[in-house]
Design a protein around this ligand. Structure first.
Ligand code: UD1
Length: 381
């Protein structure tokens, strides 16, 4: 063993919110199985904290209990980001990691990056360079700022490097590693929970998913925070559900807004099964058996492409263009006619087939571990 390996301090791996967990699980496994093993510490900021949004996903993904939990909880963007920063700083001082590894684009990603770089601790960003070019999305701001200051940037698709180059980022910092989200899809395929079982778990009639059905998720503030927009989307879902039963895994933000705006009656429970946020294995089973997915999530656009299930995205833009160009994704926005036409096409068997993009092969985390090791211990190269 070289001197460099013996002295390598742990990599501090940061997770905060639901979409981070499926990205970090394969990375932690790849760091541990790298030869030599790369030491790691898992830090959870606590941005998502409850059983549905966090704890169950840890179990499903085989994530270890976090070594550190900052327990920040919910708040406005400013409060949440500031609280993560305040609590992360002393933790960083205490643990002196070799680098901080962040994933995705949530508030915790940016908060920990800012603290680390200002203290001279290197940052590696997994899922760098994705751009929706929509600065009204909080995630877009998090992506732009994180990539500007992080030291090592791992991308999931080749177009991400073009975005980074346009922002003046030296491509020597960029490594095309592939999509770690798909590592989790591949690792869990054999363990996905059948859709009928998931409905039974919630005392709902499994007959709803015995034939063709669709899966729905919605949580973007732009879709669910405005009463008119939310009503428009629920009206459309009600229309779709007359031809295709739907399973709606409802984010807490969406549920509370539906109640606040008094829109509960729009969805017919005989045609739309409303579930709480689902575990990872439940979601994989629901999507895997679905005829189509309707969503505004970034992650589901990618997972449906990997699973070969047509996805209609209820957003005007996507930071994941490869899912449209090569995969099964179609952007619909809020256009009701386009949505109904898209659904009809899929039900007629003319949905997008797509193909799985380059390096979405279940081995992205291994490529990241190999590169990270070289980067952290240049003497070993
Ligand atoms: C966050 C991420 C978003 C990601 C989404 C997935 C940012 C800017 N946004 O948005 O990129 O796609 O997570 O879920 O980081 N809540 C609970 N239990 C929890 C966590 C939250 O009930 O464990 C409720 C709270 O009322 C909270 C609301 O959900 O106010 C929204 O949570 P928050 O983390 O602020 O943002 P998300 O909309 O989940």
């Amino acid at each position: 063993m070289t001197e460099a390996v013996k002295t390598l301090a742990p990599v501090m791996c940061v997770v905060g919110a639901r979409p981070n967990f499926m990205k970090m699980a394969p990375i932690l496994r790849a760091l541990a199985s790298h030869e030599p093993p790369i030491p790691a510490l898992l830090l959870h900021t606590g941005q998502h904290y409850d059983t549905d949004m966090s704890k169950k996903l840890f179990v499903d993904l085989g994530l270890p209990q976090p070594d550190i939990n900052l327990e920040v909880g919910s708040g406005s963007h400013a409060v949440q980001t500031a609280e993560v920063m305040k609590r992360f700083e002393p933790t960083l001082d205490e643990h002196k990691p070799s680098c901080v590894l962040v994933v995705g684009d949530v508030n915790s990603t940016l908060a920990c990056t800012l603290v680390a770089v200002k203290k001279g601790v290197s940052v590696a960003h997994v899922e760098a360079g994705l751009r929706s070019y929509d600065r009204k999305m909080p995630e877009e701001i998090n992506r732009l700022l994180t990539d500007q200051v992080a030291d090592r940037l791992y991308t999931t698709e080749r177009s991400a490097a073009d975005n980074l180059a346009r922002e003046g980022i030296d491509l020597a910092r960029v490594c095309f590693a592939g999509n770690v989200m798909i590592d989790s899809v591949e690792a869990s395929r054999a363990h996905a929970r059948p859709a009928a079982q998931t409905l039974r778990d919630h005392s709902l009639d499994p007959a709803l998913v015995a034939g063709r059905y669709g899966v729905v998720t919605l949580h973007r503030p732009s879709n669910v925070d405005d009463p008119q927009t939310l009503k428009h989307l629920l009206d459309l879902l009600a229309q779709v559900s007359r031809d295709l039963p739907l399973v709606f895994a409802m984010h807490p933000r969406t549920r509370s807004n539906i109640e606040r705006f008094g829109l509960q009656a729009l969805l017919d429970p005989a045609r739309v099964a409303v579930l709480p946020p689902q575990g990872y294995l439940e979601m994989q089973g629901l999507m895997g058996g679905a005829t189509l997915v309707l969503t505004d999530s970034g992650g589901l656009q990618e997972e449906t492409t990997a699973l070969g299930v047509p996805c209609l995205t209820l957003r005007e833009n996507t930071e994941r263009p490869i899912t449209v160009e090569q995969g099964t994704n179609t952007l619909i926005g809020l256009d009701g006619a386009a949505l109904l036409a898209g659904v009809a096409e899929i039900l007629a068997g003319k949905g997008k087939q797509g193909r799985v993009p380059e390096f979405w092969d279940g081995h992205a985390a291994e490529r990241i571990a190999a590169d990270l090791y070289q980067w952290l211990t240049p003497a070993s190269a």
